[in-house]
Design a protein around this ligand. Structure first.
Ligand SMILES: [Zn+2]
Length: 305
């Protein structure tokens, strides 16, 4: 009995002490999933915005303040995507670790490829919600890879003992993403240059990656609701260029898109830009599988090409 106890004590002493997982808050479900991909069971992750919500406009619930207060790391999209709701949450959390510029604050846009960076004066005063370039950059798998790498590197600095685990999980994600990209490229190869219209400017990285061409937007400017004059011009352009697909993010009112669809014969396709935007979109790779599947089915049905 005594011997057994001694033996088990010796075993306990040989086992390294359990390390606490890194407590991560991500502003979106996309960033939360990429954190999970590289962090595995060495992180606890929660997202603030849900994938079916417009990430520009999220209700700053007090429960998020309490969660942020306990976070070791906050991962944000940046480029002012969250400017309407995140700053008061960070401030009220009173958590020094996650303040802007602190070690536990990671702006995922810093290592991503950002499109539509304004060259002239910043246009937020005109109501444009993309004043620092397009913040929907996670919709290019190449950027997903860059974000995952930045998160893995950050986690490795915060929890050096787990660095080998983060590195091998990143390598595994990179490999699975590369395999998926071959599949997506094959799916989209017949449709290079296909013209589409989108509601919001959510898709520049996506269309650039998969070879589509956006010829117009339902919103006159990002964040500005459709106006009758702009809609009339857009309808004329859709007819002139024979566009068959109109992509709408799930959180926009379908009234204007549906009337454009009736006028032009274009198919209105609700396509989620984020993980969690549909039950089927359970992770970052599933996001592209789901959206490209929807898109190809609509292309085939409408005879667009
Ligand atoms: Zn936007």
């Amino acid at each position: 009995m005594r011997l057994v106890r001694l033996a088990s004590l010796a075993l306990l002493a040989a086992t390294p002490p359990a390390r606490a997982a890194v407590n991560v808050m991500a502003t979106t479900e996309d960033l939360a999933d990429l954190t999970r991909q590289v962090g595995g069971d060495r992180v606890r992750v929660e997202a603030i915005a849900r994938g079916y919500q417009d990430p520009h406009y999220v209700e700053a619930k007090p429960s998020f303040i309490l969660k942020l207060a306990k976070a070791d790391l906050l991962v944000v999209v940046g480029r002012e995507l969250e400017i309407g709701w995140l700053p008061p949450l960070i401030q009220q959390s009173r958590n020094a670790k996650v303040q802007v510029g602190a070690e536990g604050y990671l702006d995922a846009s810093l290592t991503a490829r950002i499109l539509e960076i304004p060259t002239g004066q910043i246009t937020r005063a005109m109501g444009d919600v993309h004043p620092l370039g397009n913040p929907h950059y996670w919709l290019d798998p190449g950027n997903g890879r860059r974000i995952a790498k930045a998160i893995a590197d950050k986690l490795s600095r915060m929890a050096p003992a787990d660095a080998p685990s983060f590195a091998s999980r990143y390598a595994d994600f990179d490999r699975r993403l590369a395999e998926a990209e071959k599949r997506w490229d094959a799916m989209m190869a017949p449709y290079k240059g296909l013209k589409v219209v989108t509601y919001h400017r959510s898709w520049p990285n996506f269309v650039d990656r998969f070879g589509l061409d956006v010829i117009g937007y339902v919103e006159p400017r990002p964040g500005i609701p459709p106006s009758p004059r702009h809609t009339i011009e857009l309808i004329a352009e859709i007819k002139r260029q024979n566009v068959k697909i109109l992509l709408v993010e799930p959180y926009f009112d379908l009234k204007t898109p549906n009337s454009i669809g009736r006028e032009t014969g274009a198919r209105v396709l609700v396509m989620p830009p984020s993980v969690g935007g549909d039950k089927a979109i359970t992770d970052y790779i599933a996001l592209f599988d789901h959206d490209l599947g929807l898109l190809v089915a609509a292309i085939k049905e409408t005879g667009a090409k």
